[in-house]
Design a protein around this ligand. Structure first.
Ligand code: ADP
Length: 478
């Protein structure tokens, strides 16, 4: 609905703008036509006034009247008639026009015929001693050379109208439907007050459909991008929340585990303590009670075995899920990308931009969740190690490759590094150098990696930092 509303509003504005521009262009053309035609017809009045004033006469004995040569200068003037005092006009209607001219003291119109193909009218001016009449061709009156529109192709219809008759100057295209622009104005001439009528019919097909379609598509694309971005944002928020929940759950399980261990081991350890103390006391006595002391030591050994059994059982329980999980084909690069995506706030907070180098695509056989956990832990550790160095020296690179049938992931950082005497211990459970650290991350990672038939190792980076190398069996080619 939002798309529809924005699209419609945009399209209406585009269409409106187009119509305004078309109307402006139409008005300009119509005004130019009116002005040009007005200038032309005024010439006729000037010609008549000049003839009446000068009264040109034929050279003696010649029938060649000077006024008959006017057509060479004004092609629209087809002929000039002169009526001397006492003579009669050739043709009808001219007497009445002369009468009217005499009364109005201006040229008068006669025999207007606008309907024939070319159009004709006569203009009469009463004068002394001779009166004059011009026969004017309407088509020739139109200043085609200065015409602002292409006569054959212009969509504007232009007509010159007089007393219910119309001479078509330009046919234009007048269809039904759409929008209609109209212009009506009389020519600026007293004797020839013909009306210039211009009509422009804008059809639906003339609307800017391409721009309107592009607008609708652009709005759809923008909305799709926006909603995808929103979706991504909420997906990330969900993933972060899930991770937090997962971490809390892991800690809770860990707490449960520790409490269980404390409970299970407390009894055998108390018994071992009591028995070894009793044995010591018995051996210190003089003479020592050897058989009873031996019995107490046997009991201590039995309790110690029990404690070891509890630990063994516990280990098997912890390791089992990873071992049991079925392997699937996982793209190492994809896992790295999703881990980096989840850890983006942490990276940003430290000003660290992780670079990912894919030397070879590595599709490994692994349990996706376990693999994600390993990669997540390794990157988190690297980020924590980077805290110890100045922001400008913090580099984190992740290389993905394959060698000897194994997919290899290397997490390289320029952080605090691992001291040579610490290196052998980093995979031991509960080994940590971090304040508040549990020391279980790497041990868990190693357990998970070996559960999937892989291997996790650590080494020093040169000149500074640490490199963790995870190798996992490559998935068989499909
Ligand atoms: P924790 O992070 O709780 O300390 P881990 O098992 O993840 O537990 O790490 C164990 C120890 O290994 C850390 O305390 C740290 O001394 C060392 N370590 C792990 N990763 C790195 C690393 N990238 N750079 C330096 N030391 C590391």
């Amino acid at each position: 609905m939002v798309w529809f509303a924005i699209s419609v509003i945009g399209c209406v504005l585009l269409a409106r703008n187009e119509l305004v521009q078309l109307r402006e262009a139409f008005e300009i053309d119509a005004r130019i036509s009116h002005r040009l035609l007005s200038q032309r017809v005024v010439q006729h009045e000037a010609v008549l006034a000049t003839l009446a004033l000068l009264q040109p006469a034929a050279p003696d004995g010649s029938a060649d009247l000077a006024e008959q040569r006017l057509s060479s200068v004004y092609p629209q003037i087809l002929s000039v008639q002169r009526r001397d005092a006492g003579a009669a006009w050739l043709g009808t209607g001219l007497d009445e026009a002369e009468q009217a001219s005499r009364q109005s003291r201006a040229a008068a119109l006669a025999n207007a015929d606008f309907t024939s193909a070319r159009g004709r009218y006569q203009l009469v001016l009463a004068a002394q001693p001779a009166s004059y009449a011009l026969l004017i061709d309407i088509h020739g009156t139109i200043p085609w050379n200065d015409w602002s529109m292409p006569v054959q192709t212009s969509p504007v219809r232009v007509t010159l109208e007089h007393a219910g008759q119309a001479f078509v100057v330009q046919a234009g295209r007048v269809a039904a439907g759409g929008w209609r622009f109209a212009f009506h104005k009389h020519l600026d001439s007293v004797s020839q007050p013909f009306e210039v009528v211009a009509i422009r019919q804008v059809g639906w097909q003339e609307l800017p459909w391409l721009a309107m379609t592009l607008w609708a598509v652009a709005v759809a694309a923008a909305l799709a991008t926006w909603s995808a971005w929103q979706g991504q944002r909420s997906a990330r928020r969900r993933a972060e929340a899930l991770l937090r929940v997962g971490q809390v759950a892991r800690l809770n399980t860990l707490g449960e585990l520790a409490a269980g261990m404390a409970h299970e081991l407390n009894q055998p350890l108390t018994a071992i303590l009591a028995n070894t103390q009793a044995a010591k006391r018995l051996l210190q006595e003089d003479p020592g009670e050897l058989p009873t002391a031996l019995q107490a030591m046997d009991q201590a050994v039995a309790q110690a075995r029990r404690a070891a059994e509890v630990l063994g059982r516990l280990r098997r329980t912890v390791e089992q899920p990873a071992r049991a999980a079925p392997g699937q084909t996982v793209d190492l690069a994809q896992v790295v990308r999703s881990a980096l995506d989840l850890l983006e706030p942490e990276c940003q907070g430290r000003g660290v931009t992780a670079s990912v180098h894919i030397e070879q695509i590595a599709l490994v056989l692994a349990e996706r969740v376990a693999l994600e956990q390993i990669v997540h832990n390794l990157i988190t550790n690297a980020l924590q190690a980077l805290d110890a160095v100045p922001a400008s020296e913090r580099l984190l690179a992740i290389h993905i490759g394959a060698a000897k049938g194994m997919g290899v992931l290397r997490v390289v950082d320029t952080g605090s590094g691992i001291a040579p005497d610490t290196l052998p211990h980093v995979f031991e459970p509960f080994f940590t150098t971090r304040e508040g650290g549990l020391g279980l991350g790497l041990s868990l990672c190693e357990t998970l990696a070996s559960g999937m038939g892989g291997h996790l190792s650590a080494q020093a980076n040169v000149p500074r930092g640490a490199i963790f190398v995870l190798s996992l069996p490559l998935a068989p080619a499909p």
